[in-house]
Every structure is written in structure tokens, then in C-alpha cells.
Ligand binder design. Structure first.
Ligand code: MN
Length: 153
């Protein structure tokens, strides 16, 4: 696990985003109540960034539409670079000209537990304010970073 791509994309003398590092203490835990957060990111295109703590980092997906709060709504989720754990608390303005320029605010947060986590399929139980229940992420077969995100029950 590495934050190489995250660090490479950002100029930390200009962006207020945390530099961060892989959290060694969290990287080996298998417990419940992992960090869950969705950030509303008003960048060139408004989107929502889903972040799930796994292996000492925040696994991340960009969702172009509002995240599904009820069953029956399926959303595209594009996997993006891993983010540092500290990013879960980040809110602020990324300045113009920087990667992801725009406003970031926390849209929902809480914890989640893993039911299943494989290369193609993730099943989790989200305990947030807006998202609650059993959620599924399914990787599209022919698209490396494309996933489908929906409420399962
Ligand atoms: Mn984003």
C-alpha cells in the first residue's frame, strides 16, 4: 500500500490538503468500525468522494451523482488514488490551478464493517448519517477503475 500517486498529484506548498502517510497502526487491523466518509467535492464537475479505510489508507471512489440512500438506485463509482487517513477530516478550498481545485466538504461520515472485500466485489455495512445499511461495490469487468455502487438492503 502506498500513497505515491496521491503525493505525486499534489503540491503541498499550495494545497491545504494533508500530506499524510500510510497509517501503520491501522494497516493491520481487521476490526469493525472502520472510517467511512463521503466528501462533496465541487470541482470542475460536482461529485462525491467515497472513502473507506482499508490497509492503513482510505480507498477512494468518485461518484458523479448524489450517493444512493435508498435501494434501487445504482451509481457509477470511479476508483481514484488511495488517500491518507487524515483526509477523512479534510474540508477546505483547493486553490485554482491545483489538482482537484474547488471546495471540499464532508457530506456524510461514520463507520463501516466489511462483509466481503475482493478484487471485484465489496460488501459493507455503512453506519453513517445519510447512508445506512448494507452496500455493495461491483467492479465492471472490462473497466479497471469503474465500479457500480448501490444499497443492497
Ligand atoms: Mn474529488
Amino acid at each position: 500500500m502506498s500513497l505515491e500517486e496521491y503525493l505525486k498529484k499534489r503540491n503541498f506548498s499550495r494545497t491545504p490538503e494533508p500530506r499524510g502517510q500510510v497509517d501503520a497502526e491501522l494497516s493491520h487491523r481487521s476490526g469493525k468500525e472502520r472510517i467511512y466518509v463521503i466528501q462533496k467535492h465541487d470541482a470542475s464537475h460536482l461529485h462525491y468522494d467515497l472513502r473507506l479505510e482499508k490497509d492503513g489508507v482510505l480507498k477512494s471512489w468518485a461518484i458523479p451523482k448524489d450517493p444512493p440512500t435508498v435501494k434501487g438506485v445504482k451509481r457509477l463509482a470511479i476508483q481514484t488514488e488511495d488517500h491518507p487517513i487524515e483526509y477523512a477530516d479534510f474540508e477546505g478550498i483547493i486553490p485554482e490551478g491545483e489538482y482537484g481545485a474547488g471546495t471540499v466538504e464532508i457530506w456524510d461520515r461514520g463507520t463501516f464493517d466489511i462483509e466481503e472485500w475482493s478484487e471485484e466485489k465489496i460488501v459493507i455495512h455503512i453506519h453513517g448519517e445519510k447512508l445506512k445499511g448494507r452496500y455493495c461495490l461491483l467492479r465492471f469487468k472490462k473497466q479497471k477503475d469503474g465500479w457500480l455502487f448501490f444499497k443492497a438492503s
